[in-house]
Design a protein around this ligand. Structure first.
Ligand SMILES: Cc1ncc(COP(=O)(O)O)c(C=O)c1O
Length: 468
C-alpha cells in the first residue's frame, strides 16, 4: 500500500487521535486550508524567512507579542532546529554547558556537532511512576558552584509526561552568574494562555525558549517557534545559526499554518481554553472512580514542581498490565490511538481541539478496561537513575574503531552509540560512556516489557556497538 493510501485509510478509520499533532486532524479548528494554490516560494510580496522584512516579519512580531518575547522566529523544522540553533549561537567550540540528562536527542546532537563539554544534571525522580520529575533549582546552583566555567544551561520543561520545573528560580540562579537559560518547552506551546495551566517560560525569565506548536496546538507538524529574550543571547548570531539549521526553502503552507494558529489564539484563546478546561474536568470527573488504573497529575509529589493538565498520564502500575498492553487494548478494541506507552504507563495527549466525543470515548474505555483488571500492588522500588562514567567525548568515540558485543556481555565496555526509547528520545547511554550493570538491566527490562528501543546501529536489544 502506498503512504497516501495508508494515510487516507487511517483518516477514514474512525480512530480517535490522542496524539500529536495538536490540531487533532480537525480541519475546522485548524483554520487554514492548504492546497497547491497556496504552496509557493519566496516570490514578490511574500518576504524571505531568512531575511524577513515584510509579511513574515510582521507575523513573527505578532508571535513575539503573543508570547511576551523580545524576538520570535518561525521554525518549519520543528523545535529540533531551534535547539540546534540556540545551543550553537550561545556557545563556542569546547565550552562547558549544564544539561539536564532528560533532554531530547537534538540537545545531544548539538553538543556533538559543537564539540561541547556537557555537565549532566539529573532530574528528581517521581517514585510513584518512575518518571523524571522537575529539575531542582538547588541542583543547578550546586552544579554552577562546582563548574563555574559553565556557559549555558539547558533543561526540558515540561517533560514528555508534563512535569514542569521552577523556571523563575532557575532563571534567577543563572542570571546571577550571567549565564543564559535555555528552556526546551517543546511540549508547552499552549502554556500561559489561561489559569490552571503553567505560565510559559518566556514570562518566567528564560533567555531562549522553543515551542513545538504542532505538539499541543492546532498547527501543522514541524511548526515551532524560537523565542530569544534578554541580552545574553546575541540575536545576529541566532539568525546566522538559524540559516545553517533551517531549510532554505521554508514551506509557506507551514508558515501560514503557524500564522493562522497564532491568529486564532490571539482572538479566541480565552474561549478555546475555557472550553478545553471544561472538557478536561468532565473527563476527570468521569474517571474519578478508577482504582486500579490511576491518572497521574503530580499532586503532592515533592519531585513535581508543576504539571500540565493537558497530558493524561495513565498509570497501570497496580493494574497487572503494562502501558504498552493498555495502549494496544485502547487501539484494537476502542479505536483510540494514544501518543506513547512504556512499562508502567501510557500517555494520551490532548489539546484545545479535542472533542467531547473523544474524551467520552476515552473515559468510557478506561472504566470498562478497569472492570477487567485485578489490583496487583506494584513492588517495584524505583532506583534513582545514575549517570554513567563519561570516558571520552561523543565525537572521539565516533572516530574510534568499534565492534558489536551482545548486550548481556557489554558490562564495562564504552558505547559507540546512543540507545533510547523513542518517544521520548532521551538517551539511556551516550557514545563515549561506560556501560553499567544498571544500563544493561534497563535495556533488558524495557525490552522484555514490550518497549521498543532504538540505537544508531539498529541492533538493539540484541547487540551494541562499542569502542574496540
Ligand atoms: C522534549 C522535546 N524537545 C524537543 C523535541 C523536538 O521537537 P520537534 O519534533 O518539534 O522537532 C521533542 C520531540 O519529541 C521533545 O519531546
Amino acid at each position: 500500500m502506498s503512504l497516501t493510501d495508508a494515510l487516507i485509510l487511517y483518516r477514514d478509520s474512525g480512530i480517535y487521535p490522542f496524539h500529536m499533532p495538536g490540531h487533532k486532524r480537525n480541519s475546522f479548528t485548524y483554520g487554514f486550508y492548504a492546497d497547491c494554490g497556496t504552496d509557493i516560494t519566496e516570490i514578490d510580496g511574500f518576504d524571505n524567512l531568512h531575511d524577513a522584512n515584510g509579511i513574515l516579519k510582521d507575523g513573527m512580531k505578532k508571535a513575539a507579542h503573543l508570547y511576551g518575547s523580545q524576538h520570535t522566529f518561525y521554525l518549519v523544522n520543528g523545535s529540533t532546529c531551534g535547539i540546534l540553533t540556540g545551543i550553537s549561537a550561545c556557545t563556542n567550540r569546547g565550552d562547558r554547558i549544564l544539561v539536564a540528562r532528560n533532554c531530547h536527542k537534538s540537545v545531544y546532537n548539538a553538543i556533538e556537532i559543537n564539540g561541547l563539554d556537557p555537565v549532566y544534571i539529573l532530574p528528581q525522580t517521581v517514585n510513584e511512576l518512575g518518571i523524571c520529575g522537575s529539575i531542582s533549582p538547588e541542583s543547578i546552583e550546586k552544579a554552577l558552584e562546582q563548574s563555574p566555567e559553565i556557559k549555558l544551561i539547558i533543561i526540558t520543561s515540561p517533560t514528555y509526561e508534563g512535569v514542569v520545573s521552577d523556571i523563575n528560580r532557575i532563571a534567577d540562579i543563572a542570571h546571577k552568574k550571567n549565564i543564559p537559560l535555555f528552556v526546551d518547552e517543546a511540549h508547552g506551546a499552549h502554556f500561559g494562555f489561561t489559569e490552571g495551566f503553567p505560565a510559559n517560560s518566556v514570562s518566567k525569565g528564560a533567555d531562549i525558549v522553543v515551542h513545538s506548536l504542532h505538539k499541543t496546538l492546532p498547527s501543522p507538524t514541524q511548526t515551532a517557534l524560537l523565542h530569544i529574550n534578554g541580552n545574553i543571547a546575541d540575536i545576529t548570531t541566532v539568525r546566522r545559526e538559524l540559516s545553517v539549521f533551517e531549510t532554505s526553502s521554508p514551506s509557506y503552507i507551514l508558515m501560514a499554518g503557524i500564522d493562522s494558529c497564532l491568529e486564532m489564539l490571539s482572538k479566541h484563546s480565552k474561549t478555546l481554553f475555557n472550553e478545553y478546561k471544561k472538557r478536561l474536568k468532565c473527563f476527570y470527573d468521569k474517571v474519578s472512580g478508577l482504582k486500579k488504573i490511576y491518572l497521574f497529575c503530580g499532586d503532592g509529589d515533592s519531585a513535581v514542581f508543576g504539571f500540565d493538565p493537558g497530558k493524561i498520564v495513565i498509570s497501570v502500575r497496580n493494574a497487572g498490565i503494562t502501558g504498552t498492553e493498555l495502549k494496544d487494548i485502547l487501539l484494537d478494541k476502542y479505536l483510540l490511538q494514544l501518543e506513547m506507552a512504556t512499562v508502567d504507563y501510557a500517555i494520551a495527549m490532548t489539546s484545545i481541539c479535542d472533542t467531547d466525543d473523544g474524551f467520552d470515548r476515552l473515559a468510557k474505555a478506561l472504566n470498562e478496561i478497569e472492570e477487567t483488571l485485578d489490583f496487583v500492588p506494584c513492588d517495584n522500588k524505583e532506583q534513582a537513575p545514575e549517570l554513567p562514567e563519561r570516558v571520552m567525548p561523543v565525537s572521539d568515540s565516533r572516530r574510534q574503531s568499534g565492534h558489536f558485543v551482545e548486550i548481556s556481555s557489554a558490562l564495562g565496555e564504552i558505547s559507540r552509540e546512543y540507545i533510547y526509547a523513542y518517544p521520548p528520545g532521551i538517551p539511556l547511554i551516550v557514545p563515549g560512556e561506560r556501560i553499567t550493570k544498571s544500563i544493561i538491566g534497563q535495556i533488558l527490562a524495557l525490552t522484555s516489557k514490550g518497549v521498543k528501543l532504538k540505537s544508531d546501529f539498529s541492533r538493539i536489544p540484541r547487540e551494541i556497538n562499542v569502542v574496540s
